[in-house]
Design a protein around this ligand. Sequence first.
Ligand SMILES: Nc1ncnc2c1ncn2[C@@H]1O[C@H](COP(=O)(O)OP(=O)(O)OP(=O)(O)O)[C@@H](O)[C@H]1O
Ligand SMILES: [Mg+2]
Length: 369
Amino acid sequence: MIKEIEISDYRNISGLVLKPVPQINVIYGQNAQGKTNLLEAIWLFTGGHSFRGAKDNELIAFGKTTFEMNMKFFSQEREQCAKINMTNGRRNVTINEIEKQSASSLVGVFCAVVFSPEHLSLVKEGPANRRNFIDGSLCQSKPAYAKLLMRYNRTLSQRNILLKEIAKHSELRDTLEIWDEKLASYGVSIVKERFSYLDMLQPAVEEIYHGISSEKEHFSLQYDSSFLKEGQREDIQACFLEKLKSSRKSDLMFGYTTAGPHRDDISFYIDKVPARAFGSQGQQRSVALALKLAESRVMESITGDKPVMLLDDVMSELDENRQDYILNHLKDQQVFITCCDPNTIHQLKQGALFKIQQGRLTEQTVLEA
Ligand SMILES: Nc1ncnc2c1ncn2[C@@H]1O[C@H](COP(=O)(O)OP(=O)(O)OP(=O)(O)O)[C@@H](O)[C@H]1O
Ligand SMILES: [Mg+2]
């Protein structure tokens, strides 16, 4: 939970101090005033990169050479503070007055879940978005998973290099087996972690989606493996090795590994119909939101801390019932929610409203229950 955040020279935010309440904090203002910038700044304290895909040096205010942010927060059962400053193209991080080697030291110290309109790609676009969703969430709540994923990806790119080399030097073909073994041993751990994550996520998304749709629609999901049969959870390593062997010919032809956890996908269904192809805008948005709300619930069960929710522009395209459910669902955790018109959140009974204009907070109202 954030107690206070101070930001200077971050995008259009030249100087701002925000003292949020522990419940819902509404950040409102006209277009291009800095609402998303503020959420993005908070998100950087998770140790991740901008959720808008921005490069680090794009985050510094025009005409400046550095930005600085300080945050006081409560997590892991104690008060903590962290500082991020960006100098010479590098993000420097200090946690509780101790300088850290890299920004990723923040991972697991401060946890948040973000939903922004870009996250609709989770439902609408290709499988990489869905893999990144589970992998990102697992990395935040289990730092060991990040290491595992890194090892898998490194092995994968080495195998891919080798596949291309074999075209020129066929004698290298014998070494492929060593990489297959290595890839399969990391791959099996990744798939097992994803399965156990989805086992926790699935019931939570189902319940939340049911609630968002006023109990009218049912959500379900399915992990689509590139090498396991539907529902299969046994002998994962053997199956992966078998698949690597049987697709060796095409792997050599394409010059990359055509099957493995890096090619897996997850399908989402509303009333048993694929949400990607048939869902309405509001339904697709509800799915993405339900996934994010469920992610926060699962993260809490793994880390013991309720993550901070950052909801950028969630209310548009949702009808009143769906909006109402979301606000009610978020009562007992700290939330930052942006909108242009605070009247869209008129159901809000307890929380605070902050008006942002040209990167500055100009009005503040606290609603007491
Ligand atoms: N590095 C930067 N330095 C200065 N200003 C920047 C920088 N990057 C972006 N901006 C400006 O920040 C402004 C506000 O951006 P932001 O995305 O936060 O708006 P918003 O309040 O979320 O608006 P909307 O309601 O349209 O989503 C933009 O007009 C943009 O030009
Ligand atoms: Mg915005």
